[in-house]
Ligand binder design. Structure first.
Ligand SMILES: Nc1ncnc2c1ncn2[C@@H]1O[C@H](COP(=O)(O)OP(=O)(O)O)[C@@H](O)[C@H]1O
Ligand SMILES: Nc1ccn([C@@H]2O[C@H](COP(=O)(O)OP(=O)(O)O)[C@@H](O)[C@H]2O)c(=O)n1
Length: 214
């Protein structure tokens, strides 16, 4: 079974994807980390994230980089959204994500284009959302906890800029797949959001098996 979880920054998609992976016993890939690893490599090599050739040259990062907690900073997120708009960067990371999605037994992947590009035939697609203000509050609390001192206003401005860039790019823009189920977590606790996600997945699987497509 393949479960695709997409949504904007700090909507709660990673939290939900990890919980679904645990619940259904599936491996999980946070695809945002791949773009963050490209961004970190561009910065380390003092290259220009706006230049497609520089970003493409940074796609051969070692797997060990994905465990680096530095990837989760706000600054890396911003540069990740710049490098991820280059079509050749997306192409360079495509097969790796598809292989993960198509492994025997299935997988859960979260990102921006899982339901639309990486796994268009996923058994279940969720599109997780929340208002920009609530997402900024969550990300702000998370960054503060990690010792990063940024203002709520700056986090909100960054989130809006990133939403805009992710939705406007020509290649694999952030959008809800036609057959995705929307899950607004704005006024749900983490536990309630996870329960709702499990119930959406179960309902979709039951419907597919009733129509002989499961
Ligand atoms: N429903 C929720 N209510 C409150 N906080 C949440 C909720 N879902 C996630 N969070 C918190 O918000 C932050 C961002 O969540 P995360 O799952 O990493 O988002 P994303 O993967 O969409 O960027 C984390 O600190 C997480 O614990
Ligand atoms: N499948 C994906 C995942 C992330 N990304 C890009 O990578 C950036 C960082 O993604 P992320 O999922 O780690 O960011 P958060 O949503 O956790 O803040 C996003 O702003 C997107 O521009 C993407 O283009 N496609």
């Amino acid at each position: 079974m393949i479960i695709a979880v997409d949504g904007p920054a700090a909507s709660g998609k990673g939290t939900i994807a990890r919980a679904l992976a645990r619940h259904y016993g599936l491996p999980h890939l946070d695809t945002g980390l791949l773009y963050r690893a490209v961004a970190a490599t561009v910065l380390r090599e003092e290259l220009d994230p706006e230049k497609e050739a520089d970003a493409v040259a940074s796609c051969g990062f070692p797997d060990s980089l994905l465990d680096d907690p530095q990837l989760r900073t706000d600054d890396i997120g911003k540069v990740a959204s710049v490098v991820s708009a280059h079509p050749l960067v997306r192409a360079a990371l495509l097969q790796r994500q598809r292989r993960f999605a198509q492994q025997p037994g299935g997988a859960v992947l979260d990102g921006r284009d899982i339901g639309t590009v990486i796994a268009p035939d996923a058994d279940v697609k969720l599109f997780v959302k929340a208002t920009p203000t609530i997402r900024a509050q969550r990300r702000h609390a998370e960054l503060r906890k990690a010792g990063q001192n940024v203002s709520l206003d700056r986090v909100l401005a960054d989130i809006r800029a990133r939403d805009d860039r992710d939705a406007r790019r020509t290649q694999a823009p952030l959008r809800q797949a036609d057959d995705a189920l929307a899950l607004d977590t704005s006024f749900l606790s983490i536990e309630a959001a996870v329960q709702r996600a499990i119930s959406l997945v179960d309902t979709r699987l039951a419907a597919a098996s009733a129509t002989g497509r499961g």
